[in-house]
Design a protein. Structure first.
Length: 134
């Protein structure tokens, strides 16, 4: 008696190993997350820091000087006296704070030099960038 030939033709690749790997990864991450949670719940008294230096330098204070001499920081207009107070506060919070003075290329240099003078007066280091307006 002749037996029918067994042909098992599937339309796509065998996904069983992929599904097994996905389930193993899911179980691994569930277990790892549980350990992480247990570590956070340990009773540990952290030491207090008396004086600390920033690990990474914070982003510099960006001071924009428009063509007509208006001084803007984060969209707010400041006079030279207000700018000095702002710089003083920034230096108090972070002694390593620097400033980027962005002066309009079509404006008079005296406006940018005035802001440089305020930075020098308050002891803040600065860099200068001249921007060409359209």
């Amino acid at each position: 008696m002749k037996l029918p030939s067994e042909t098992n033709h599937s339309d796509g690749p065998n996904l069983t190993p992929v599904i097994d790997v996905v389930f193993l990864l899911l179980i691994f991450f569930l277990v790892a997350t549980r350990f992480d949670q247990e570590e956070r719940e340990l009773d540990v008294e952290l030491p207090e820091v008396v004086q600390a230096q920033p690990i990474a330098m914070t982003q510099g204070l960006v001071i924009n000087v428009t063509q007509d001499g208006t001084v803007k920081v984060v969209g707010n207009v400041y006079s030279h006296q207000q700018l000095a107070v702002l710089i003083r506060e920034a230096r108090r919070n972070n002694p390593h704070q620097t400033a980027l003075i962005r002066g309009d290329g079509n404006g008079a240099l005296k406006h940018t030099a005035g802001v440089m003078g305020v930075c020098n007066q308050e002891g803040m280091d600065y860099r200068i960038a001249a921007l060409q307006s359209n």
